[in-house]
Design a protein around this ligand. Sequence first.
Ligand code: ACO
Length: 338
Amino acid sequence: MYVPANIVANNDLLKYMETSDEWIQERTGIKERRYAQRIGETTATMGIEAAKVAIERAGVSAQDIDFIIFATLSPDYYFPGCGVLLQRAMKMKEIGALDVRNQCSGFLYALSVGDQFIKTGMYKNILVVGAERHSFGLDFTTRGRNVSVIFGDGAGAVVLQPSSSNSGILSTHLHSDGESAEILAMYNPGTHANYWVDQSLADFDKADIGQMFFSHSMIEKAQVFPNMDGPAVFKKAVEKFPEVILEALQTNGLQTSDIKLLIPHQANLRISQFVQKKLRLNDNQVYNNIQKYGNTTAASIPIALCEAWEEGKIKEGDLICLAAFGSGFTWASALLKW
Ligand code: ACO
């Protein structure tokens, strides 16, 4: 994992917006988050730093990596993706580089793709990265406070390799429901021209063709920030997290009591606590570190996985469940025998 050195406590946000440490902690559990340096630290560079650690711990070199999967919703460029920037910076061979755009579920979607390539024998050392630089794309005024206080910057990475038949990734489970695509979304810049939801997404009335993708009007009207219907996200998240965790267990003939550690996407501490209660898991079975990093979207699961492992909470043979829910909506789980 890699997180920026710059720690931003809840009280530090008071200089931008009306909020309070008490409100943020009570609703989200977050105490502080990290923000990347304004210049010199990007989503790709954070992903590269995490990748270096993962590659070293896997006992391989950057030259051994035969495929890159990079999950992020906050790429350095609109295109190309971060995967090629990492390939260039790490002087890797001319291998495939895939970017995954699945927001909070991004890392698990990426892991699942990598798992299939390993199981077919196509690749032997796949680098899977989740990284986000949210601090560049949030509305830091009081208007955007329901979203901006939640998110932080950081990166995590793993190297996937073939393993013996009774260890490794047992199964992965991916889902989506586009019915709620606009509930947690950043609409602009984009090519939608209000096709999906009439009028509400951007003001195109007087725009000429050159202003349809990105315009001064979008900036002036604050239409270039993420939108979230928090209560609607909460409601769906606490339904789908348990569902997809149980699906993974049932597929493998296992029960919640078999889980050594559940590492949920760090969306919101209240969501994790709700899921823990619903599945009747004890405190030692669920790992949370959103208190320190906020919600780092595609990076949250690999950051939490890394910290849990470094703290000695994951040992060989342990059953680890990873689960995520987020924008799309998309949701996913993975069951691992460590
Ligand atoms: N500081 C102080 N007051 C705030 C803040 C803030 N940062 N944000 C919102 N408020 C105010 C609102 O203005 C509103 O005031 P009003 O009643 O006077 O109008 C009041 O608090 C309640 O606003 P809501 O948006 O309804 O706040 P809610 O109680 O729903 O909490 C929250 C917001 C924490 C986002 C909650 O909806 C939630 O937990 N949602 C789950 C979604 C989530 O966690 N998303 C994370 C990212 S998505 C993902 O990873 C899956």
